[in-house]
Write a protein of this length. Structure first.
Length: 429
C-alpha cells in the first residue's frame, strides 16, 4: 500500500495503488519550477527560512532553527556557485570556456529514499532537488512526515518579485510529492525506482544494496549516501592551548545532536599525549556534557540502547586498563581505553576517549567509510599535512568542533546539485 501525504500542493492523505498518477503530477508541475529563475527560487527559499523561524508552531521543532540558517540567501547562493560554477547555467544557455554554449538542465523526477536517523534529512534532500529545478517524489519514515509537511506548508504563502515578475512558492510545492510505503515490498519499491530519472539513496549498507539493485531506467542517475563514521582528534599543542576547553563544549554538542545517530556524529575522540592526563581531559568533557541544554542532555533512548550503554559501562569499569566516567543516569557516557581503533558505535552520547602518542597514529584507521573528522591541530602546516593524508585515504570532511553537522556541499565527497543536472550544449558554428 502506498500512502501519499502531499501531491499537487495538496496536504491530503490518500491511498494509491501505484505511482503513475503521482509521477504524472510531479512531471507536469516541474515545468513551472524549471521556468523560474534560480535567483527567484533562492529568494523563495530564503523567505521560507524566515517564515519557519518566526512561526511559533514550527520554530521549536528539532532542527528547524538550523534549517532557517541554512536557507539564508547567501548560503544557497554559495552552494549553487560551488556546484555550477555560474548560476546562469541553470536559466538558459550560457557561453562556456569552450566554443559552445552550455546549460544545466534538470534530470526530471528525483526519487528520494530517506533514512530514519535524522528527522530533517528529507528536507535538505528536497531543497537540493529544487535548486536544480527537479521534481521530487520522496519516500520517508512516517514519523518524520509531520515535521517536513509543517515546513512545506509555508511555501504557498510566499511570493517574491524578481526583475518585474512575481513568483510563488506554490510552484515549488507543486513539484513535490511525499509518500510512505513498506520498503520490504519489492513490487512497490520497483515501481518507485522505475519512476525516477535520478535516485537519491540515504541508508545503511543493507538498505543501500537492496535499493541499488532495484530496476531503474537506462538513463537514471543514482546518488548514494551510505553508512559513514565520524570521530575527533586533538594534538598536544591544541590540548594545552587556551581554547581547548571551549572546544570540548562544542564536541559535547556534536556528540549530543541527533543523539549520535547521524553519520556525522563523532564516536571516538583521540587526544595526543600532553601535560594533561586522559583522565583529566575526560573530567573536562564530563563538565561539558553537564553544561548541555536540557533538551540535549536528557534525550529519550530506547530500552535496547539503555541495555547497550549499561553493558558498555560495566565492561569498562571491570576491565584492567579501561575506565568509565558517567552520571547516575544514562544521559552521557565517556569510555576510556588505550586501544587505537575506531570502536563500534553505541549511540546515546557514548564517546570513546583514547590517548595517542601522535595524531599520525590515527591515519591508518581512515578509509572510505569515514565521513567527518573534527580536528584540533594548532600548526597550519601540520593541520594541512594531516588533512591531505586522511582525505587521500577516504575521509570526506575535515572540520572544527561545533561544525561537524553543518550541511555543506560537497557532502560525502559529492557535489550533489551538479549530479542532479544534465550538462547540455548548443553549438552555433
Amino acid at each position: 500500500m502506498i500512502t501519499c501525504h502531499l501531491m499537487e500542493g495538496k496536504f491530503e492523505t490518500r491511498v494509491c495503488q501505484g505511482f503513475d498518477e503521482i509521477s504524472r503530477s510531479v512531471d507536469t508541475c516541474r515545468e513551472a519550477l524549471a521556468a523560474i529563475p534560480l535567483d527567484a527560487i533562492i529568494k523563495i527559499l530564503d523567505a521560507l527560512g524566515k517564515r519557519v523561524l518566526n512561526n511559533p508552531d514550527i520554530n521549536t521543532l528539532p532542527g528547524v532553527s538550523y534549517i532557517s540558517l541554512w536557507l539564508r540567501r547567501e548560503n544557497l547562493d554559495r552552494i549553487c556557485r560551488v556546484n555550477f560554477s555560474d548560476k546562469r547555467y541553470l536559466d538558459g544557455f550560457y557561453q562556456s570556456e569552450t566554443n559552445v554554449l552550455m546549460m544545466a538542465q534538470p534530470r526530471g523526477i528525483v526519487c528520494h529514499w530517506i533514512a530514519a536517523n535524522m528527522p530533517t534529512l528529507g528536507f535538505f534532500s528536497i531543497v537540493q532537488a529544487i535548486l536544480s529545478k527537479n521534481g521530487s517524489m520522496v519516500k520517508m519514515p512516517g514519523e518524520y512526515v509531520p515535521l517536513i509537511l509543517s515546513i512545506l506548508r509555508e511555501l504557498p504563502e510566499i511570493s517574491v518579485d524578481h526583475e518585474g515578475t512575481t513568483y510563488s512558492g506554490k510552484s515549488l510545492l507543486d513539484a513535490i510529492a511525499i509518500v510512505t510505503f513498506e520498503g520490504r515490498s519489492t513490487s512497490v519499491s520497483e515501481k518507485f525506482s522505475l519512476a525516477a530519472d535520478c535516485r537519491i539513496i540515504f541508508g545503511g549498507s543493507e538498505a543501500v544494496r537492496a535499493i541499488s539493485r532495484l530496476p531503474c531506467r537506462d538513463h537514471c542517475e543514482t546518488i548514494i549516501f551510505g553508512p559513514k563514521y565520524s570521530f575527533a582528534v586533538f594534538d598536544r599543542e591544541y590540548i594545552e592551548s587556551d581554547g581547548f576547553k571551549r572546544s570540548l563544549d562544542q564536541l559535547a554538542k556534536d556528540v549530543a545532536v541527533f543523539n549520535q545517530m547521524a553519520c556525522s556524529s563523532p564516536h571516538v575522540v583521540f587526544v595526543e599525549k600532553s601535560r594533561y592526563s586522559v583522565e583529566v581531559i575526560a573530567s573536562w568533557l564530563r563538565d561539558a556534557f553537564e553544561r548541555l541544554p536540557g533538551a540535549l542532555r536528557n534525550q529519550e533512548i530506547s530500552s535496547g540502547l539503555s541495555a547497550k550503554i549499561i553493558n558498555a559501562r560495566a565492561r569498562y569499569l571491570l576491565s584492567d586498563g579501561k575506565n568509565c566516567v558517567a552520571p547516575r543516569d544514562l544521559g552521557w557516557t565517556i569510555l576510556i581505553d588505550q586501544k587505537i581503533c575506531l570502536e563500534e558505535p553505541i549511540q546515546g552520547k557514548c564517546i570513546f576517549t583514547k590517548e595517542i602518542t601522535s595524531v599520525d597514529e590515527v591515519i591508518p584507521l581512515v578509509n572510505h567509510k569515514i565521513q567527518a573528522i573534527s580536528i584540533g591541530i594548532l600548526d597550519p602546516a601540520k593541520r594541512d599535512a594531516f588533512a591531505r593524508q586522511v582525505t587521500y585515504r577516504g575521509a570526506d570532511r575535515i572540520v572544527i568542533p561545533g561544525t561537524i553537522h553543518d550541511f555543506t556541499l560537497p557532502w560525502d565527497g559529492i557535489m550533489t546539485l551538479n549530479r542532479l543536472v544534465r550538462w547540455v550544449i548548443l553549438r552555433s558554428n
